[in-house]
Design a protein around this ligand. Structure first.
Ligand code: UD1
Length: 466
């Protein structure tokens, strides 16, 4: 298993290019399965979650050509070889469950999606997915199997458009419903739908593929049955999570970086909060420049929310940034009930953070009466010290990398695979910004290959002007 070794204390400076969005690309691949037409994607991120999704598509019959250097991927699925998702993909990420929506209208066979844990209302449930698909006419059952359970789904009578009101604007449930609705007879209306930029990107792609989809006011999405499919080309939108992550990392080190390709439109809530604490940014013609603009101010109240609110995936690195701001700030996590686990390690590194199960800051959320710690108070500025860290999940992993970049000694981070799933060439990008970071692999060959990519001295790259 690979490790990252980071010696903090360096000021990040330079220029990086934003990658294509993980949360869009993985869904676009699944959406391509709706038809037998060739789809070509540009700006494809070379990350683990895309690799996993490509393999999953290949398992069920897709032919894929992926030029990783050129970031171009072609996929065509002339026919389905199987509609059984192998068990080893269960729990790999949230993608397998979307296969139900994409395949229901394409096969008469049962679609079988194994999943860890069969409880529909347990942790990260899929109840909203299942109810919406059932409303479209799918029959879905959860059955216990040898090692774990699986969803068995079919629509032998065909799918029929319906009005579906989601109890919560879940990203995945909205995507799954849209995918199924493209092949459902008549019109489907999703009320209280998620409208994240990655969903709009999916809709743009589906329109090219032959679907007729309207995004109406008040979180309403209308989908009409597609009667013909076409070959489609699509450039994947930029990863707003990657952009925000590197922006926060650079500002926390008192640095200045330009992120080529960063899109202003999808960053509004983030930029507002960044400005509130005194973080600097300038939107340029082909990207956004982020910089430390004097002392960072705490005293912030921040609530994560569905789009267009402040995204939950920005929360962890923002908390690290707030450890460097003077004053007391309050964060209320309203999207996931249990997303503060990573703060335990930050506290060991010196952060002053306290967790609360109440909704702090005024608004009451779905977790108000639960015992989950979903609010926190962070006081800064606090110096951070190195610790050996094991990464529990993707976004927490980035928060730990940020913390390590602030600690003057060497931090060793394990479970780097989590970062590989969502961040393209993370060590190389940080090294190009002047970070003292190295990836150590148990495989000597891999180590040498990567080390040859790292600059021997920090690279000094001019920030382009407008
Ligand atoms: C996606 C993103 C993830 C992001 C999240 C919220 C991908 C691969 N992942 O995850 O990075 O953090 O959106 O922006 O795109 N819920 C239910 N029942 C359901 C489905 C969801 O109760 O059937 C709940 C979840 O437990 C969670 C909330 O809804 O509390 C949000 O989940 P959802 O929007 O579905 O997130 P994902 O699509 O899993």
């Amino acid at each position: 298993m690979d490790l990252l070794k980071i010696r903090g204390g360096k000021v990040l400076q330079g220029h990086i290019k934003a990658a294509g969005a993980k949360n869009a690309m993985t869904k676009l691949l699944v959406a391509s399965l709706l038809s037998d037409k060739k789809c070509t994607f540009y700006n494809v991120p070379n990350i683990g979650d895309v690799e996993i999704t490509v393999n999953l598509c290949k398992e069920i019959g897709s032919e894929v050509k992926w030029d990783k250097k050129a970031k171009i991927l072609e996929i065509v699925t002339p026919e389905l070889k199987t509609s059984y998702i192998p068990q080893r993909y269960s729990g790999s990420n949230r993608i397998p469950i979307l296969m139900i929506g994409a395949l229901l209208g394409r096969t008469d066979e049962d679609i079988i999606v194994p999943t860890i844990g069969g409880d529909l209302i347990g942790v990260r449930p899929v109840d909203l997915h299942i109810h919406a698909l059932q409303k479209l006419g799918a029959r879905i059952e959860y059955r216990e199997m040898k090692k774990e359970g699986a969803y068995f789904a079919q629509a032998h009578q065909g799918l029929k458009g319906a009005i579906i009101s989601l109890n919560y604007p879940s990203v995945g449930a909205t995507e799954n419903t849209i995918l199924a609705a493209v092949r459902a007879k008549g019109t489907t209306v999703i009320k209280n739908a998620a409208i994240e930029p990655e969903i709009i990107d999916l809709i743009l792609f589906l329109q090219k593929l032959g679907a007729n989809i309207m995004v109406d006011a008040d979180r309403t999405i209308c989908i009409q049955q597609a009667t013909q499919f076409y070959e489609a080309e699509h450039t994947v939108l930029t990863d707003r999570n990657e952009v925000a992550s590197y922006a926060m990392a650079a500002i926390s080190t008192k640095g200045r970086i330009f992120i080529e390709g960063a899109e202003h439109l999808n960053m509004i809530a983030f930029l507002n909060k960044l400005r509130e604490i005194g973080g600097g940014f300038q939107v340029r013609q082909n990207g956004i420049e982020f910089f430390y603009d004097g002392g960072l101010r705490g005293g912030l109240h921040l609530e994560t929310d569905v789009h267009p609110g402040f995204m939950t995936d920005w929360q962890q690195p923002f908390v690290v940034l707030l450890t460097q701001a003077s004053g007391v700030s309050v964060i209320h996590e309203t999207v996931y009930e249990n997303r503060f686990g990573y703060t335990h390690m930050l506290k060991e590194m010196g952060a002053d953070i306290e967790l609360f199960s109440q909704c702090l800051g005024g608004k009451s959320c779905r977790f108000a009466s639960s015992s989950h710690h979903h609010s926190l108070v962070v006081k800064g500025p606090t110096p951070l010290k190195a610790k050996d860290i094991s990464i529990p999940d993707l976004r927490a992993g980035f928060a730990y990398v940020m913390a390590a970049l602030l600690a003057p000694e060497t931090t060793t981070i394990s479970n780097v695979d989590f970062l590989d799933r969502g961040y393209e060439e993370l060590p190389e990008k940080f090294a190009s910004l002047g970070a003292d970071i190295i990836r150590a692999s148990s495989s000597k060959k891999a180590k040498t290959a990567l080390q040859s990519l790292l600059p021997k001295t920090p690279v000094d790259i001019a920030i382009p002007s407008a």
